[in-house]
Design a protein around this ligand. Structure first.
Ligand SMILES: [Ca+2]
Ligand SMILES: [Ca+2]
Length: 296
């Protein structure tokens, strides 16, 4: 696997100024796309996307691991009550770029089998949806594109699993995202119950963005590429908070419009994309309704 050089910020001082530069030490480190420094099953580059801390298993110190917080659609940087569920399924995305500007899409499938048994995962199906009326099966990726499987047995939470798929140079994705955001979605049947999940991917002519739910109400627009020079993550302590207005319902989902998008102050690990304000007015369809991307 090719090592990718990125800049990471060391939190050398709690005295950092409002823009996080004072007291920060920049140092070059080597990261591979699936490196998981804190061992919580979330790769460092994915922690950048979901805005948790890459060297802490429990970023907010509330006793629930970052991986669990993602499965429960809770904010990994906010101490909040557990949204305790039994089994669970979630899809998250990140991207990496090659020197020739080709992009690689990483699709992370995350599961919790409370019983601790792999065989409780009874069925799995993936799709790509574009524009709300075109849905293409992606099940072939499950046999052709698995790059890594990691699991961890937790005495309380059960069996936690991440399956990461590598989709090289999705040139066709660029075509889709030029027109409309796409959704990578899926269904998992775990111990007889169907779980659905999805992540949206859009391209604003500069970089890929995804809408990551943080908590049950807030969505954050975040670059999927932690190496992106378009949004240097050491320059800000803000995050791009997005509000959606439902403007219609169709056969395939809900029509939503971005009614508000602001860089708001946040915790030390957050980074607001410069593209934030330009998201207002964008419309897209959330397949199968909002629970698909913001949790049940
Ligand atoms: Ca991690
Ligand atoms: Ca936590």
């Amino acid at each position: 696997m090719t090592a990718l050089a990125v800049w990471s910020r060391t939190e050398a001082s709690s005295l950092a100024g409002p823009f996080g530069l004072e007291g920060a030490v920049l140092e070059a480190t080597k990261l591979t796309p699936l490196q998981d420094s804190d061992g919580d099953l979330l790769p460092d580059m994915l922690e950048h996307v979901v805005q948790s801390v890459g060297d802490s298993k429990d970023s907010d110190g509330d006793g629930r691991d970052d991986f669990i917080e993602q499965l429960e659609y809770s904010d990994p940087m906010l101490k909040d009550a557990s949204n305790l569920q039994n089994d669970g399924f979630r899809i998250l995305l990140h991207t990496t770029s090659l020197p020739n500007n080709e992009e690689t899409l990483w699709i992370h499938l995350m599961f919790r089998m409370r019983s601790g048994l792999w065989q409780d995962l009874q069925a799995l199906s993936l799709f790509l949806e574009s524009g709300g009326d075109q849905r293409f099966p992606l099940d072939a990726l499950l046999t052709s594109s698995v790059a890594e499987i990691r699991d961890r047995m937790d005495p309380v939470e059960g069996l936690l699993v991440r399956v990461s798929l590598k989709v090289p140079t999705p040139a066709s994705l660029r075509g889709y995202t030029a027109v409309t955001p796409i959704t990578i979605g899926g269904f998992a049947k775990i111990y007889g119950k169907i779980f659905m999940a999805g992540s949206m991917l859009l391209h604003n002519n500069v970089e890929y963005l995804t809408l990551a739910p943080v908590g049950s109400k807030a969505l954050v627009a975040q670059t999927t590429n932690s190496q992106s020079t378009a949004s240097p993550f050491w320059s800000t302590q803000k995050r791009c908070k997005v509000s959606l207005a439902v403007i219609g319902a169709g056969r395939h989902g809900l029509w939503c419009e971005v009614s508000k998008a602001d860089c708001e102050p946040s915790h030390k690990a957050a980074r607001c994309t410069p593209a934030c304000p330009s998201l207002v007015g964008g419309t897209f369809i959330v397949p199968d309704g909002l629970p698909f991307v913001i949790g049940g």
